[in-house]
Design a protein around this ligand. Structure first.
Ligand code: NAD
Length: 364
C-alpha cells in the first residue's frame, strides 16, 4: 500500500517510514522540518518506494497523491518545541489534521492520528485507561499542545461519524530512541546528552514524578498494527512499566558510566506528576505490547548519541540548567547544513513542493 506519513522527517515519523518501506509498502513523507531533521530521512531518499514532499500540512497535504493510508504525525512534540511554537502547534493540530483527514477522505484511505497521553493532562486517575477524559488546563502554556491534540481527536472522530472515514487514534506515551534530538528537552535525550558531556543531569522537582518509557521500535509496531486494522480506538500505546525520573537518571548514569551530578530545578507549570498507560485494549484488540526493556532501549539510544559527539556539546549548553525556550533550534540542530540536501521553501509559506531528491523524489 502507499502510505502518506505527515511529520515523516521527525523522530517517530522517520522510524515509521523506514518500517513501512522494510515491509514492502511505499511511502510519501510530508514534512516542513520545523522540528524534524533532514538527516533522519536522508538514507531513505534513494529508496524507490520513498517520496518526499516539503510541505506545511497546516497549509495543504494535497501534494501527497493517491494514498491507501495516512499516518498523521506532524506536530511539535517536545515541550520546548511546542512552547516555542504555540500558534503553529495549534494550527497543525487543527487545520493540519483537517487537511490530512481530507486527503484520506479523497482517497477512501485509512487514517491514523498520532495523539498523545497529554490528552489526560495532569491525570486524576492512575494508571490511565482510554475511558478517562483527562484533566487539562485549557489556558495554561501546555494547552497549545494538549488542546490541539484533543481537537485533533474530536475532528477525527467526527470524520468517522459524518463521512464514515476509516479513522484510528493512537494515544502515544513517552517514547525514546535513536534520532531524538539531543537538545529537544525530553527527559531521556536530555539525561543522555548531559551524562555523555559531563554536565549535571537536570531533574525538575524532586524527581519522584513518574513516566513510562517506550522504545521507538515497540511504538512503531503498535502504529503499524493500528494502521493495518480498521479499529477506531483510541488506543494507549506506551510501556506500562512506571519509573521515577530519578530512577531514569540513575539508569542513564550507570549505562554511560558518567560521573555527572544531578541538579534539581523547579517543576514546570502543569507538569504531570504520574503517567502510566493501561494497554489492555491494545493488547486484546491489536495484539500489541512492548517487548524491549529499558536497559536494552537505553543501550541502543546511548550508542546513537555517543556516535554523534559533534552534536552533543552545543546541545548540552542549550539545555544546561533547564530548558531555555528562547534558544533557537537552528542554533543546535545542524539542520541548516542537512536541509541543503532537501530543497524546499521556508516552513511558514511552504504549502506543498516536490523535491528533486531520489529517483521517486517528487512522489505522487
Ligand atoms: N515522541 C513521543 O514520545 C510522543 C508522545 C506522544 C505523542 N507523540 C506524537 O507523535 C508525533 C511525532 O512526534 P515526534 O516525537 O516524532 O516529534 P518530532 O518533532 O520529532 O516530529 C514531528 C515532525 O512533524 C513535522 N511537522 C511539524 N509541524 C508540521 C507541519 N505544519 N507540516 C509538516 N510537518 C510538520 C516536524 O518537522 C517533525 O519532523 C507528534 O504528533 C507527537 O505529538 C509523540
Amino acid at each position: 500500500m502507499r502510505v502518506a506519513v505527515t511529520g515523516g522527517g521527525g523522530f517517530l515519523g522517520s522510524h515509521l517510514c523506514e518500517a513501512l518501506l522494510r515491509r514492502g509498502d511505499s511511502v510519501v513523507c510530508l514534512d516542513d522540518f520545523s522540528t524534524g531533521d533532514p538527516d533522519n530521512i536522508a538514507p531513505l531518499l534513494s529508496h524507490p518506494g520513498f517520496a518526499f514532499q516539503h510541505a506545511d500540512v497546516s497549509v495543504s497535504a494535497d501534494g501527497a497523491g493517491r494514498v491507501d493510508a495516512v499516518a498523521h504525525l506532524a506536530s511539535p512534540a517536545s515541550p520546548p518545541d511546542y512552547l516555542r511554537r504555540p500558534l503553529e502547534t495549534l494550527r497543525v493540530g487543527s487545520r493540519g489534521t483537517e487537511n490530512a483527514l481530507r486527503l484520506a477522505l479523497r482517497h477512501n484511505a485509512r487514517f491514523v492520528l498520532a495523539s498523545t497521553s497529554e490528552i489526560y493532562g495532569d491525570p486524576l486517575v492512575h494508571p490511565q485507561e482510554e475511558a478517562y477524559w483527562g484533566n487539562v488546563n485549557s489556558i495554561g502554556p501546555r494547552s497549545v499542545y494538549d488542546e490541539a491534540k484533543r481537537y485533533a481527536e474530536a475532528v477525527s472522530a467526527a470524520y468517522r461519524r459524518t463521512h464514515g472515514l476509516n479513522v484510528g487514534i493512537a494515544r502515544i506515551f513517552n517514547t525514546y530512541g535513536p534520532r531524538m534530538r539531543p537538545h529537544d528537552g525530553r527527559v531521556v535525550s536530555s539525561f543522555i546528552t548531559q551524562a555523555l558531556t559531563g554536565e549535571p543531569l537536570t531533574i525538575y522537582g524532586d524527581g519522584k514524578q513518574t513516566r513510562s518509557f517506550c522504545y521507538v521500535d515497540d511504538l512503531v509496531r503498535g502504529l503499524l498494527a493500528l494502521l493495518d486494522s480498521s479499529e477506531m480506538g483510541p488506543f494507549n500505546l506506551g510501556n506500562p512499566v512506571e519509573r521515577t525520573v530519578t530512577e531514569l537518571a540513575e539508569a542513564v548514569l550507570a549505562m554511560t558510566g558518567s560521573r555527572s551530578e544531578v541538579k534539581h530545578h523547579p517543576l514546570p507549570v502543569d507538569d504531570p506528576v504520574r503517567r502510566r498507560p493501561v494497554i489492555t485494549r491494545a493488547q486484546e484488540v491489536l495484539g500489541w505490547q512492548p517487548e524491549i526493556d529499558i536497559t536494552e532501549g537505553l543501550r541502543r539510544t546511548v550508542a546513537y548519541f555517543a556516535a554523534r559527539p559533534d552534536r552533543l556539546g552545543a546541545s548540552a549548553a542549550a539545555i544546561r540548567g533547564g530548558q531555555d525556550e528562547t534558544v533557537p533550534l537552528t542554533a543546535v540542530t545542524g539542520a541548516t547544513t542537512a536541509a541543503q540536501t532537501i530543497p524546499g521553501p521556508a516552513a511558514e509559506t511552504a504549502g506543498v513542493t516536490p523535491t528533486t531528491a531520489g529517483p521517486s523524489g517528487s512522489g505522487g
